[in-house]
Design a protein around this ligand. Structure first.
Ligand SMILES: [Zn+2]
Length: 297
């Protein structure tokens, strides 16, 4: 349900909140850009407006750069706000992201299917097309049926960070990273993606020779990535990221791709470089063998 990054939204948002945005030094001499941090007053105003709008049984927690709003028991909402949302923010920032999104994103955690559908309609005039959750770009809101688990939540949290830090990121890497962490935990103090439900479809596609070359995948524009055999595209991108993770190369790849995106907008050349591979056909065979040996659960 994610609609592809619109970097203009970020720019507009910075301008709107101009008087309330503080610039802080990133502490990194290599960073030419300044890190933008929204002032407390922006969050205070936002929460005030939310309180006037949300039904009584919702609790609100500020978890920068997000605001978490939920209608489970208040302790449960607090627990999700710290143990899922803050946990993921901290670990994603540790390895990948420097900037917060330049605007507040609301994370709505609805306790079950009934309230998810009811409030999507009553508060946002929208009908969910997925049972798990999705991002409403125009409302800057993540709507989650949290009874289905936190996986989609972490997936959708990756996108605003990617937009804020890597606006030129192509769809395959944006969705590959987001999908990697939809089944995640912690390993050695770092965020770690596990195998998940996307594996089975990928193995079937690999067996029937339907998985495109990495050159094709990485060159896909949003229309092709999201509309043509979307399931295989997501899964291929995810398990390429998973492979890089397993080789200890994912963090390196992210940063090298980010640094070289002007010269290598698809990330393909950087992929070859980081993998140390020239023959990508042979690599694809090796990767498919690796994928066929994986299992879930
Ligand atoms: Zn996504």
């Amino acid at each position: 349900m994610y609609k592809y990054a619109v970097s203009a939204v970020i720019v507009t948002s910075i301008m709107v909140h101009c008087g309330n945005v503080t610039k802080a030094d990133s502490g990194s001499p290599e960073m030419a850009d300044k890190v933008l941090v929204l002032a407390d007053s922006v969050f205070d105003e936002h929460v005030k407006a939310l309180k006037a709008r949300v039904p009584d049984d919702f609790t609100i927690f500020v978890q920068r750069p997000f605001v978490v709003i939920g209608n489970e028991e208040p302790d449960k909402v607090r627990h999700r706000s710290t143990r899922t949302v803050k946990w993921a923010i901290d670990l994603l920032k540790k390895d990948f992201f420097t900037n917060d999104p330049a605007y507040i994103i609301d994370i709505w955690l609805f306790r079950d299917k009934t309230s998810y559908e009811k409030y999507a309609w009553e508060l946002f005039n929208d009908k969910p097309e997925t049972p798990f959750g999705y991002y409403l770009e125009e409302e800057k809101a993540l709507l989650m049926n949290i009874s289905t688990g936190g996986g989609t939540l972490v997936h959708e949290m990756v996108h605003p960070f990617m937009r804020a830090n890597f606006p030129g990121c192509p769809p395959w890497f944006d969705e590959g990273m987001a999908s990697l962490y939809e089944q995640c935990g912690e390993k050695g103090g770092h965020i770690y993606g596990y195998t998940n439900w996307r594996l089975e479809g990928l193995q079937e596609a690999a067996e029937s020779g339907r998985v495109p070359s990495f050159k094709t995948l990485t060159a896909m524009r949003a229309t092709k990535f999201y509309l043509q055999d979307k399931g295989t595209n997501y899964a291929q991108a995810r398990y390429l990221c998973y492979y890089l993770q397993e080789q200890g190369l994912l963090v390196k790849y992210y940063h090298e791709f980010h640094e070289n995106v002007d010269d290598d907008p698809t990330g393909y050349i950087t992929l070859q470089k980081v993998l140390g591979v020239e023959d990508m056909k042979a690599f694809k065979k090796k990767w498919e063998t690796f994928v066929m040996k994986l299992s879930f659960p």
